[in-house]
Design a protein around this ligand. Structure first.
Ligand code: NDP
Length: 281
């Protein structure tokens, strides 16, 4: 059994992005990401800080907008509109969740799809579904990178995705299909889910339930990618996969923390450079 090291793979990707940024700088192009945070959600503050740190590491300029929780939807939409028109800014990231009085869908729709580095805009989701996306949702794209960079061939494999959210389950299913996997997408209404999971050569868990996938639900030699981030009462982080049990049978498995988590920001950096290139080159 091999533990997939998400920290090492994400660093590898950030170093590749850093090189691409250096090449762009030689041409006089400096990639730039606008990061918008509304309110004082402590978890969001940490995510935003980490995103800005990653920008610094790879050489992307970051424009930071930390707005009060009283900011109106209209003010936020105006800021997005001005960033859409700002040629210096290549990517726009609005940290979710937004305060309850702001309509998240309206905000995500307002971002120019060419600057949608999270890959959440329906235009980019559409491109992903037809296999033509430039800006792919970061966490799903990160899962694919983890698998490929571990030397695992996806083509022809039976992949079981558990969870069908718009930000993880559905897009990762589409990306796996594009890699020629045969995909089963499971959710809370799936009958005999254990049987389905047991058929998987590759299992992607994005359920949001601690230790949901037990050792007896997987087959010998399965590849396990655990997207889940759950905080236990003890304060400890835990995935959707029972790591102790599943690592006994898996051929490859991601830990939590240190698996999929660090990949999301690395893929965000990659998207920023892709957005910058498609706007400038
Ligand atoms: P959602 O809550 O949006 O979706 C959960 C999915 O799991 C739903 O499709 C739901 O089914 C399904 N589900 C829930 N209970 C069951 C069950 N008993 N049996 C089968 N399926 C079930 O979660 P997200 O996709 O946003 O996130 C999933 C996990 O990934 C969370 O722990 C989250 O914190 C983590 N995450 C990690 C990221 C990272 O950077 N590493 C990024 C994003 C998320 P149904 O649709 O039928 O309700």
């Amino acid at each position: 059994m091999k533990i997939i090291d998400g920290k090492a793979i994400s660093l590898e990707i950030k170093n590749e992005v850093k090189k691409e940024v250096e090449t762009l700088l030689e041409k006089g192009i400096k990639p730039c990401l606008a990061v918008i945070l509304v309110g004082e959600n402590p978890a969001s503050q940490v995510y935003v800080r980490n995103k800005k740190k990653a920008c610094e590491y790879v050489g992307i300029k970051s424009l930071s907008y930390e707005l009060s929780s009283e900011t109106s939807e209209d003010e936020l939409l105006k800021l997005i509109d001005s960033l859409n028109k700002n040629f210096e800014c290549n990517g726009i990231l609005v940290q979710l969740p937004l305060p309850a009085h702001i309509d998240e869908e309206k905000v995500l729709l307002a971002i120019d799809p060419k600057k949608d580095v999270d890959g959440f805009h329906p235009y980019n989701v559409g491109l992903l579904s037809i296999g033509n996306a430039v800006l792919k949702a970061c966490t799903p794209a990160g899962c694919i990178e983890l698998i490929k960079r571990s030397g695992i061939d996806i083509s022809g494999k039976k992949c079981i995705v558990v969870g069908r959210s718009n930000i993880v389950g559905k897009p990762v299913s589409m990306l796996l299909t594009a890699e020629n996997a045969t995909v089963t997408l499971c959710h809370s209404k799936t009958k005999s889910i254990e049987e389905e999971i047991r058929k998987g050569d590759i299992i992607i868990a994005a359920v949001g339930k601690p230790n949901f996938i037990k050792g007896d639900m997987i087959s010998e030699g399965a590849v396990i990618i655990d997207v889940g981030i759950n905080r236990l009462e003890s304060g400890k982080l835990c995935g959707d996969v029972d790591f102790a049990e599943c690592s006994e049978k898996a051929s490859f498995i991601t830990p939590v923390p240190g698996g999929v988590g660090p990949m999301t920001i690395a893929m965000l950096m990659k998207n920023c450079v892709s957005a910058c290139k498609s706007q400038n080159c």
